[in-house]
Design a protein around this ligand. Structure first.
Ligand code: GUN
Length: 300
């Protein structure tokens, strides 16, 4: 194995430490405490774990954390009314509505009802447009975390060939915009891409975000390329005992690590960066709301 392993867990801890320092200074110098509200509708177990983890880390960096847990059959009107209250609440700087929402709720309508300045997920159509036109926006957390790790590893990304595998609104499309913003030559590949292996082999930077376990093998990777694996897939692991499972990425880790110059592991790569960037975005939103300088190194 030759690739440098990009330690997302350590990187995320460093980002949270930077956020905590900024928060302490905001409190001391301006008497302001950033506040993050998370809204969870229904009882999806994975979402519950994720929301609990977000709440804990929000408090750990010194921010105010508010959680609203609503029944699975909550009406759209009630959810929109809560979002409106949070939009108006001056102690709340970031609002996150946990996705997916139950089927009877219109996800686009709900997300677009959040004040764009408080949209710490960066999913509001205004933020999507601002990012696409290179203007100041809120940037989706997972792609922001990937960008931070890439900038840290490479310094400048200018002129690199980047291939993003996956075209989701949450990861693939904003990731491509961010890489373009850093002057990469960007290709977005997806399930219908012809000769996917050949496309990926051209890349200096590969970001895999398709949600298909170990889809990209090592012989797709250009020697020395950087591989950022966004996938978190649970697969059966009978070798660990009956009924056991394990997490794998969208890339086949062992074979890719033999060829790549650098690679993020799963778990412990991109995953921990997502919540760290959510906290960074909440700090950014709070700074902007108060007309203060944005935290350096924590934005796109
Ligand atoms: N569900 C899974 N990931 C995310 C995320 O990043 N934001 C929101 N709002 N919901 C999610």
């Amino acid at each position: 194995m030759s690739a440098t392993v990009i330690d997302g867990k350590a990187f995320a801890a460093k980002v949270r430490g930077q956020v905590a320092e900024h928060v302490a200074r905001l409190k001391e110098e301006h008497g302001i405490t950033p506040g993050l509200a998370v809204v969870l509708v229904g009882e999806d177990p994975a979402s519950q774990v994720y929301v609990r983890s977000k709440g804990k880390m929000t408090v750990e960096v010194g921010m105010k954390s508010v959680e609203h847990k609503l029944d699975a059959d909550t009406s759209e009107a009630d959810l929109l009314s809560l979002i409106n209250e949070l939009n108006e609440d001056a102690t709340i700087h970031g609002i996150l509505v946990q996705l997916p929402l139950p089927d009877h709720l219109n996800e686009d309508l709900v997300i677009n009802s959040i004040d764009p300045a408080k949209d710490v997920d960066g999913f509001h159509i205004s933020n999507v447009g601002l990012l696409g036109t290179g203007q100041k926006s809120m940037v989706p957390c997972t792609p922001l975390g990937c960008l931070m790790m890439l900038r840290d590893h490479h310094g400048s990304l200018s002129g690199l060939d980047a291939v993003v595998i996956g075209r989701s609104n949450i990861v693939g499309k904003p990731m491509a915009q961010l890489l373009l913003g850093d002057s990469c030559t960007v290709t977005i590949a997806h399930s219908r891409t012809k000769d996917l292996a050949d496309v990926v082999r051209r890349a200096d930077v590969v970001v895999a975000a398709v949600g298909r376990p170990e889809m990209a093998p090592g012989d797709w990777i250009k020697p020395g390329a950087t591989v950022i694996d966004v996938g978190i897939n649970r697969i059966d692991a009978p070798e660990r005992g009956e009924g056991k499972t394990r997490l794998v990425g969208d890339c086949h880790y062992e074979s890719c690590a033999e060829v790549a110059g650098a690679i993020t592991p799963v778990p412990g790569g991109v995953g921990p960066m997502t919540i760290a960037c959510l906290l960074a975005n909440t700090l950014t939103a709070c700074s902007r709301a108060n007309g203060l300088a944005e935290p350096e190194g924590l934005t796109a």
